[in-house]
Every structure is written in C-alpha cells, then in structure tokens.
Design a protein around this ligand. Structure first.
Ligand code: PEP
Ligand code: MN
Length: 361
C-alpha cells in the first residue's frame, strides 16, 4: 500500500501512522527522498484487509491512499476472480445472462397486481417487482399498503411462480419483508441508510441496491461494502439515474457509471430506465443502453392503467411495450453473446434459500 502524507503533519501524527502500520503487520519505509510518501509492505497473507486503507485515511497525517496494494474491498474485481452470479428464486442474475425484472411501482390492489403479474410473466420477465412499502418524497403521498401488500405479493408469486423483489425501508422490517421477498430492494433514498444495510448484511437473501440520485459511484460501492462486509455476498447493483440540471428527463441515466462498474466490480449490475427517464415513451430506448454499457439486466415499471397508478404512472409502460422491450433485450443479448434468462421451470419455492453461484467472468 502506498500512502501520501500531509507535509504539515507533526511528528506525533506521523508516529501514529507508523504505529498503525505495525499493529496491522506492515513494514513502513520511505520512498527515496520523498518525505511525503510512505510505502507499506508485508506478506499478502498477513496484510491487505479491506478495511486497512480506510483506517489509515482516518489518521490526520494521511492525505491519500495512492495505491491500495492487496487491500481490496469486497466489491472489487480481483484478477482471476469469477463474476458473481446472484440466484433469486432460481433466476441467475449476472454472468452471461440477461434478466428482465418488471412490475408496478407499488402494490395497489389485488386485481391490479395479479393482472400485471400475469402480463409480466407472459411478456418474458423472470421476477416480479412491486413495492408494499414506498419511500415517497411527501408524507401525504401514497405510502404503500404495507403488510397487506406483502400478502398480495405472496399470492402473486403463488399464482405465477415469479420470484418477488420488494423494497424494505426500515431495519425493523427486514425480517417481516423477508418472509415474502426473494430479493430485498434498497431504494435510492435508502442507499445510505447504514443501519438498514448492516441489517441486510446479516441476512443471506439477495439485495438489489439502487444508487442514490445524488450518490457517487464510490458511495454506491461503499453501500454495497456494508452488506458484503456483514457476510451477505448476494448484492446486485442498480443504476436508476442521477439528478441533473436538465428537467427534460426525471433523472440522468449514468451510462458511464455502468460501463465503469462493469469493469471495476464482480457484482452484477442492472439498469432501471423507468426512474431514469420518468417518461414511459423513453423507456424502450433507454433500455437499449443496457448492452452498450455492459449491464446484466433491466428493472422496469409496468402498469395496465398508468393514468390510475398511485405512484410513478408517467413512467409506467404498458404490457405491449414491455413485450417490445423484452424482445429487444433478447435480440441484443444474442448479438452480445449473452442469453436472455427464461423463467425457471417448475414452481421455484421462494423460500428455499438460493445459494450464491459463481461462474467465470
Ligand atoms: C421504485 O423502485 O419504485 C423507487 C422508488 O425507485 P428509486 O428508489 O430508484 O427512486
Ligand atoms: Mn417507482
């Protein structure tokens, strides 16, 4: 590991750096005449904990970690490491497959949910996503049905066989939501809820982690690290657009971030064109950015009567458009040497804990 030290650091501050290096098993040596650089060496077996760079950075003498050496964080793609494939109710996310996850923004009522679920399945999506707990900007907006909504999701799974992706907002609800969810969603507004991330790290259930709309890529990866460091390796990242100065779309789909992540991390990455666009008419085009950027699938909002939707109606596509998006994704996946993942045969029981699989990148 290579540290850059502040030229203003006092002798006591510099000694604190050397003391931490000793404690963690590193030998510290200066680099030539450069008093501002400190090289930390040691055998990889002893040093290189994912937490080490952050611990040095916490010290006032350390300005920057110039080279992390072997101290990789858990989200990082290491040479020779297989890409992570996260299995959700029998559906593999990551690797060479392309998955389509779709559903209404919120669970609204039984008939609507079942109608959308059947349509989503018929169109070729492999997981049903819908919120029973909704993070809304106003406390007066529809907050979701809560527990009755979870029961409706369980019913939709029983009828269609589709695994369920649904949001958990509160660390106290992790267990309750986990009784129904095959995959937890952490929404953009909760990405930096570290108590929630820590709680999810204690489970062994897949997590769809959406990027906050004002979060840097580094902050997204830091959020993923909370879950991974807790022992839950089943994390899937999702780019859903960031705030920009332009109001022509609701958010700005950060295609560059997806391309960067595809190389930087072994974790699967999904694209949510619905929240990025905020407009149903742009969703099919933005969905086509997925293969270009190198993501592993799509998360799409669908409704059978968008004008009646309780939330995000303007960005909800209808079932015919979803069919077009799925057909596009299939054709583009094949061009890319990937395959569109189809629904697992037989009813996959939601609550058999899906083991994490790995396949070569
Ligand atoms: C949602 O998925 O409906 C949602 C609220 O998304 P985001 O957290 O990305 O805003
Ligand atoms: Mn939504």
């Amino acid at each position: 590991m290579l540290l850059r030290l502040r030229s203003s650091a006092s002798l006591a501050e510099l000694e604190a750096v050397r003391a931490l290096a000793r404690e963690l098993g590193y030998r510290a040596r200066s680099v030539g005449e450069r008093l501002d650089l400190l090289q930390l060496e040691g055998s990889d077996a002893l040093v290189g904990g994912p937490d080490h760079p952050a611990r040095f950075l916490d010290l006032s003498a350390v300005a920057e970690v110039l080279d992390r050496g072997a101290a990789r964080e858990l989200w990082q793609r290491a040479p020779g490491r297989a890409a992570t494939v996260v299995e959700v109710a029998g559906v593999p996310i990551g690797g060479d497959g392309v998955v389509i996850i779709a559903g209404p923004c919120a669970v609204e009522d039984r008939e609507r949910l079942l109608e959308v679920a059947r349509g989503v399945r018929a169109a070729g999506a492999v997981l049903l996503r819908g919120g029973a707990y909704k993070p809304r900007s106003s406390p007066y907006s529809f907050q979701g049905l809560g527990e009755p909504g979870l029961a409706l999701l369980a019913e939709a799974r029983a009828e269609t066989g589709l695994g369920i992706v649904t949001e958990v907002l509160d660390p106290r609800d992790v267990e309750r939501v986990g009784l129904v969810a095959d995959m937890y969603q952490v929404g953009a507004r909760s990405m930096a809820n570290f108590a929630l991330l820590t709680e999810l790290g204690r489970t062994q259930k897949p997590v769809l982690l959406k990027r906050g709309f004002a979060a840097t890529v580094e902050e997204l990866l830091g959020a993923a690290e909370y879950i991974l460091a807790g022992g839950n390796e089943q994390v899937v990242l999702c780019e859903r657009g960031v705030r920009s100065f332009d109001r022509v779309t609701r958010n700005l789909l950060d295609v560059g971030a997806i391309a960067h992540l595809a190389g930087a991390t072994h974790l699967p990455i999904l694209v949510d064109p619905s929240h990025a666009a905020g407009r149903a008419d742009l969703v099919p085009r933005l969905a086509r950015a997925r293969p270009a950027a190198g993501a592993h699938g799509l998360v799409i909002e669908v409704h059978t009567a968008p004008e009646e939707a309780h939330s995000d109606g303007r960005q909800a596509i209808d079932l015919a458009t979803l069919q077009q998006v799925v057909d596009d994704a299939r054709a583009l996946a094949e061009l890319d040497g990937r395959v569109l993942v189809t629904r697992p045969t037989g009813h996959s029981s939601a609550h058999t804990r899906a083991p994490k699989r790995s396949c070569p990148s």
